[in-house]
Design a protein around this ligand. Structure first.
Ligand code: KG4
Ligand code: ZN
Length: 336
């Protein structure tokens, strides 16, 4: 069987569709939502509406660009969760409608597992087992990946996700949402040792980012008392120092996880995997500690349907289909 699958992603603020044939991704159409910029974060109600407005066009474009006809599809895949419930419902309902109309099965995909399986879209593909640091706007997890569909969370954030820490710090600096890429941009021109921020250390492999967020808020407030132009004058150094702190926290647990598991194949996934500082830090550790590292292409780091399609391909081969009664879950856990 050489399955042809249409996959739909709508968990947050990107409406995306992709067609995969026999494990090869044919395209990855993404409509990003700009409506949230002025609010400093994704507004769930606006996100669901924008998905409704974009989904038909995005799906049509993916099918047309792939050169297949809907009759050739063997299954429809969609993101079941985790994500914003209203947004997930748009993708799930659309996928169900298509599956019924075409008389083909439905495949539900876990968004976080899909971020990890994005590593199987292109070469080089990691061998099992490997460790994946999954870092996005909603999640920060260390995952032991035993097989395509067998993953175990070995550490995760107890409060904010690292992407959230980037975005909230960016908001304090007056950057539009999502501010992570802008912090990255300014950090590349600044001195990472200009300012020191505290780190929260907790036992085991879990993370915590709420302390740094609060410390950063007070730091900016105190500095601006003496100099109202502090942010404008030191933007690059502030971003570089904050980014260094966040990356060090991630790297510390990643190193610990490789030591505890004796696994030296290391991957990163999720939106924050696009961060230039994190990519560099992982490469440096690879040289120092003998890791083999896997870093996805930029377009497969942030939310996209190609990764959903890749996950759906493996689920199709494993005969893992869903009934029409399947409902989206905002907090769907890995391995659930
Ligand atoms: O995986 P993703 O697209 O969506 C979620 O599932 O959350 O991740 C989005 C997150 C946002 O917090 C965004 O600021 C962050 O990824 N991000 C970055 C960079 N590019 C995206 N953070 C730091 N540096 C970047 N270059
Ligand atoms: Zn994501």
């Amino acid at each position: 069987m050489r399955p042809v699958i249409l996959a739909i992603e709508s968990s947050c603020d990107e409406t995306s569709a992709s067609v995969i044939r026999n494990g090869k991704v044919l395209n990855n159409v993404i409509a990003s939502q700009t409506v949230h910029q002025k609010y400093g974060g994704v507004v769930p109600e606006l996100a669901s509406r924008a998905h409704q407005q974009h989904i038909l066009q995005v799906v049509n474009e993916a099918i047309t660009a792939s050169g297949i006809t809907p009759a050739e599809l063997n299954a429809i895949a969609f993101t079941r969760g985790p994500g914003l419930l209203g947004s997930l419902l748009v993708g799930a309902s659309f996928a169900k409608g298509m599956a019924v109309a075409l008389g083909i099965p439905l495949i539900e995909v876990n968004h976080m597992e899909a971020h990890i399986l994005a590593h199987f879209i292109d070469e080089p593909k990691p061998a099992f087992p490997f460790l994946c640091l999954t870092v996005s706007g909603g999640h920060t997890q260390l995952v032991r990946v035993n097989d395509y569909l067998a993953m175990e969370v070995v550490g995760e954030t107890r409060d904010d996700a690292v992407g959230e820490a980037f975005d909230k710090a960016a908001k304090m600096l007056g950057f539009p949402y999502p501010g992570g890429p802008l912090i990255d941009y300014h950090a590349q021109q600044g001195n990472p040792n200009a300012f020191q921020f505290p780190t929260t250390s907790i036992p085991g492999l879990d993370f915590s980012f709420s302390g740094i967020k609060t410390a950063f808020m007070y730091f900016l407030r105190d500095q601006q008392v003496g100099n109202p132009d502090f942010i404008e004058e030191r933007k690059n150094d502030i971003c570089a120092s904050l980014q260094k702190n966040l990356i060090n926290t991630l790297m510390k647990n990643l190193i610990k996880a490789t030591q505890e598991t004796s696994i030296n194949r290391v991957a990163i996934a999720g939106g924050v995997a696009a961060n230039s500082g994190l990519r560099k830090a992982i490469q440096q550790q690879a040289t120092a500690l003998g890791w083999t590292v896997f870093i996805p292409e930029f377009q497969y780091c942030t939310d996209n349907a190609a990764m959903i399609a890749m996950a759906a391909h493996y689920k199709y081969l494993a005969n893992q289909f869903s009934g029409l009664e399947v409902a989206p879950l905002a907090n769907l856990a890995i391995g659930a």
